[in-house]
Write a protein that binds this ligand. Structure first.
Ligand code: CO
Length: 134
């Protein structure tokens, strides 16, 4: 069902410092910060040949990464995102497998303007999973 790894999201307490690590030490192509009020995050996109890394920092009161950073003040891997061809077909398969979907179960529009769902880490080896209709 899942296809390409689209991105790895890393929650960071200091976006500029994290961007400097990827740009300076690792020599990656790094975007300027992109504010995404709808998603409650500011993201710096790191472009790799085969996937993206997203450096994610909370934006606004109800940010989905604020709690994560409260528990992990130094930051860390927040989620993995895999591409799927058909998000509703994927949801049916997940429901049949009794895998928990975070939130209402209705796809929302993610950071790339495409429909996404988040899957509960307790059902996925301890890792929050995002699936995106590519
Ligand atoms: Co993501």
């Amino acid at each position: 069902m899942i296809g390409r790894l689209n991105h790895v999201a890393i929650a960071v307490p200091d976006l500029d410092a994290a961007a400097a690590i990827y740009r300076g030490i690792l020599g990656a192509k790094v975007s300027t910060p992109v504010l995404m009020p709808e998603q409650g995050v500011t993201i710096v996109f790191v472009e790799l040949p085969n996937a993206k890394i997203e450096l994610v920092h909370p934006l606004g009161e109800d940010s989905p990464v604020a709690g994560f950073l409260a528990r992990n003040p130094a930051g860390g891997i927040h989620h993995l995102c895999f591409e799927v061809d058909d998000i509703l077909a994927a949801r049916e398969r997940l429901r049949a497998a009794k895998a928990r979907i975070v939130g209402s179960g209705e796809p929302t529009i993610g950071a790339h303007g495409k429909p996404v769902l988040f899957l509960h880490p307790k059902d996925f080896a301890g890792t929050l999973i995002e699936i995106e209709q590519a």
